[in-house]
Design a protein. Structure first.
Length: 293
């Protein structure tokens, strides 16, 4: 009787350990996930078709080529455990321009919202300095409006970026600053302007409030619900745009919070074993008392 009870107890503990290990592993993965993505680079708004840059329609081929030549086509999307999204993209030709500013437009429609950004990495390529920019997105279908002052042109340039063709996992060299632990949306900071940097002339725009406070990213569902976004066809295949940003300290990854499930994995089996041993001891003592009487 006691042996059968002990075997059942051991079998139950094994099943419980397997279940807790599976649950604990999933919780760890949900601390953050990384996706590789294609960065759509547009001189014309990808949804409305509007060209905000002062070059206008007649400069579309040149403008499209400038955007494609400045922004790399591969990017990284970070998804935190809270569902916050952070897009990282790489800017080339960073020695010839500056005064970056970004806005986000959820779903590619409605008003643009001023957005903060972080420079997570500074590197080089055959065109000179590169800078990796991380920006919070309200949702996966967001259109990012960017502007910069291009020194050789002597004016501000307006362009659009958006993530597409998401694939789970990332193996590139961009720095994951938000999903690798407990990082949150308010870690994004605006890089300060250099004292000697040329300022772009501010043009009036009814839908853009450049002095608006930086909005926090709106949480979405768990990262497993992310769907690949189809990339509409793009006109113009020229190449080249210009860009520079002030150096900013990359965001340091914070240590992940201790997972309560991992604690349970260690302590629950121990408590159950002690309880089982106590039950067996009591039963054995009762049996001995009965036999003695």
């Amino acid at each position: 009787m006691i042996k059968r009870l002990f075997k059942k107890l051991i079998g139950g503990l094994v099943i419980l350990l397997v279940c807790l290990a599976a649950i604990g592993g999933k919780a760890y993965a949900d601390k953050g996930e990384l996706y590789s993505c294609v960065i759509r680079r547009d001189y014309r708004h990808p949804v409305s078709g509007q060209i905000e840059d002062s070059g206008g329609e007649h400069a579309f081929e040149i403008g499209q080529g400038m955007v494609e030549g400045t922004v790399y086509s591969n990017g990284m999307l970070e998804v935190t455990s809270a569902g916050d999204l952070y897009l990282t993209f790489r800017m080339s030709l960073a020695d010839f321009s500056g005064n970056y500013q970004f806005w986000v437009q959820p779903g590619g429609a409605g008003a643009f919202q001023a957005a903060a950004y972080s420079v997570t990495k500074v590197g080089t390529d055959t065109n000179g300095t590169t800078k990796d920019i991380a920006i919070a997105l309200p949702d996966i279908n967001t259109v990012v409006r960017g502007s910069m002052y291009v020194e050789p042109m002597g004016r501000e340039v307006v362009f659009y970026l958006s993530p597409s063709e998401l694939q789970e996992g990332y193996s590139g060299d961009m720095v994951a600053s938000f999903a690798a632990g407990e990082a949150k949306a308010d870690h994004a900071v605006t890089a300060p302007a250099k004292a000697d940097e040329k300022k772009a002339p501010s043009k009036p725009d009814s839908k853009d409030d450049k002095s608006a406070p930086n909005p926090p990213a709106r949480p979405i569902g768990q990262s497993s619900t992310l769907k690949k976004q189809s990339s509409p066809s793009k006109k113009g295949q020229a190449a080249g745009l210009t860009t520079s940003l002030d150096k900013s300290k990359p965001e340091s990854s914070q240590k992940p919070v201790n997972n309560p499930l991992s604690v349970l994995v260690y302590y629950i089996p121990t408590a159950l074993l002690l309880s089982g041993a106590l039950v067996l001891f009591i039963k054995k003592k009762r049996k001995n008392n009965e036999e003695s009487h």
